[in-house]
Ligand binder design. Structure first.
Ligand code: HEC
Length: 374
């Protein structure tokens, strides 16, 4: 829309407010029209246009907490919305929105202070959840905050623990934890946890350095597994397998079964009709062996050095969308992309069975075998 037409539109719509007799619904609709128009022009001097700015602000007040809100605050680089962004990080029920709100807040001059206070919150559920979101975000600013958290022993153990888990989500974060270990500034009560997390890195170099520098927890069951054909002849317990699947084994973080779980990997509701027991073991113990085309794992490095890994959900000339292992869709503008690489490793971790024992593994496969077409 040409700017002139837009200006006329502003004048017309603004007159409603000046005359002061617009009812709320009408005003809301007019504000929305102005905002849609503003979105389409790049060169409008918003600062100098009091009416447009007022309409935008009123509109934002109405859509706080939504994707639209975040898109607008980001696009128009609006200041003074920190408390609302913080509120979204705390209260939104979507990790997707939470992560975007954290990214946006951290891009603001005083954003780090806001988040840093959140991490020190008395309410440990809030503090832990914020660490989790910063881990998913995984950029420089979020990493700095997480590192400050784990080295501050005033903060409770469980919050710092979540900060380690967050940092361990990607290679850059893992290396920053190793650096603390090397400089001997990693607090003593974090060493075992960090050792265990980093020993499960996808990066062999990090695994080795972690094993050298940090204590290693005993594996649940360090006994070597029998060969797959032998495992496949054993019977397990369906109920125990289901419990593991939805709980400690974290399978539900990525797979849906009968509408329950998250949509990262394939829906496994009928997996028992598709795979033999042997193939189930193979899929769990060596997920990278046969990755189907729809589930290839990509990593995108941005110009500012952030690495985002996961499934490529979509790609256009403008934007690439990566679904991370946390089932959060990250939208990365093409203008910010440095390199896109396809990984030969599955996004499904290859050492999941280290968090349970051999019996657990057999129970899991028994459960999956029971998931057949009804
Ligand atoms: C981080 C996400 C993630 C987690 C956690 C995860 N998976 Fe997967 N899984 C995937 C993806 C992605 C695929 C498809 C690509 C591949 O095969 O690697 C997959 C594939 C599979 C397949 C093969 C499906 C087929 O149609 O061939 C099975 C079986 C499976 N997963 C079982 C499990 C079990 C059991 C667990 C828990 C112990 C688990 N997964 C945990 C992401 C995950």
């Amino acid at each position: 829309m040409p700017s002139k037409t837009l200006m006329i539109l502003f004048v017309l719509l603004s007159s409603f407010y000046i005359s002061g007799n617009a009812d709320d619904a009408l005003r809301a609709r007019n504000d929305a029209i102005i905002v849609r128009a503003l979105e389409r022009i790049d060169d409008h001097d918003l600062e100098g246009d009091v009416h447009a700015m007022a309409a935008l602000n009123r509109h934002l007040d109405r859509v706080v907490g939504t994707q639209e809100y975040l898109t607008l605050v980001k696009k128009f680089k609006l200041a003074g919305r920190e408390d609302e962004l913080l509120g979204m990080i705390r209260k939104s029920n979507s990790d997707n929105l939470k992560t975007q709100a954290a990214e946006l807040l951290l891009s603001k001059p005083n954003g780090k202070t806001y988040l840093s206070n959140l991490l020190r919150s008395e309410d440990s559920v809030t503090a832990k959840n914020s660490c989790r979101i910063l881990g998913i975000l995984g950029n420089d600013a979020s990493r700095t905050l997480l590192l400050q958290t784990i080295t501050n022993t005033q903060i409770s153990f469980e919050v710092r623990q979540q900060a380690i888990v967050g940092l361990a989500k990607n290679g850059v974060g893992q290396n920053s934890v190793l650096k603390l270990a090397m400089e001997q500034t990693l607090p003593a009560d974090m060493r075992l946890l960090a050792g265990g997390m980093l020993a499960r890195s996808n990066d062999v170099k990090i695994q080795e350095r972690a094993k050298r520098l940090l204590p290693q927890p005993q594996m649940k069951d360090s006994a070597p597994l029998p060969p797959i054909d032998q495992l496949a002849s054993l019977k397990g317990n369906i109920g125990a397998g289901k419990e593991l699947f939805e709980g400690k084994a974290t399978c539900s973080n990525c797979h849906i079964v009968n509408q329950l779980g998250k949509n990262v990997g394939p829906d496994l509701s009928e997996i028992g009709s598709k795979l033999s027991r042997d193939a189930m073991y193979q899929a769990i113990l060596d997920p990278s062996a046969g990755i189907s085309q729809n589930y290839e794992n990509f990593s995108v490095r941005t110009l500012d050095g952030q690495v985002i890994s996961g499934l490529k959900v979509s790609e256009t000339d403008q934007v690439i969308v990566i679904r991370t292992a946390d089932a959060v869709d990250r939208r990365i503008p093409k203008t910010e992309v440095d390199v896109v690489k396809k990984s030969d490793k599955s996004i499904m971790p290859e050492n999941l069975h280290h968090s349970f024992d051999q019996k657990g593994l057999i129970d899991l496969v028994e459960y999956m075998t029971s998931l057949t077409k009804s």
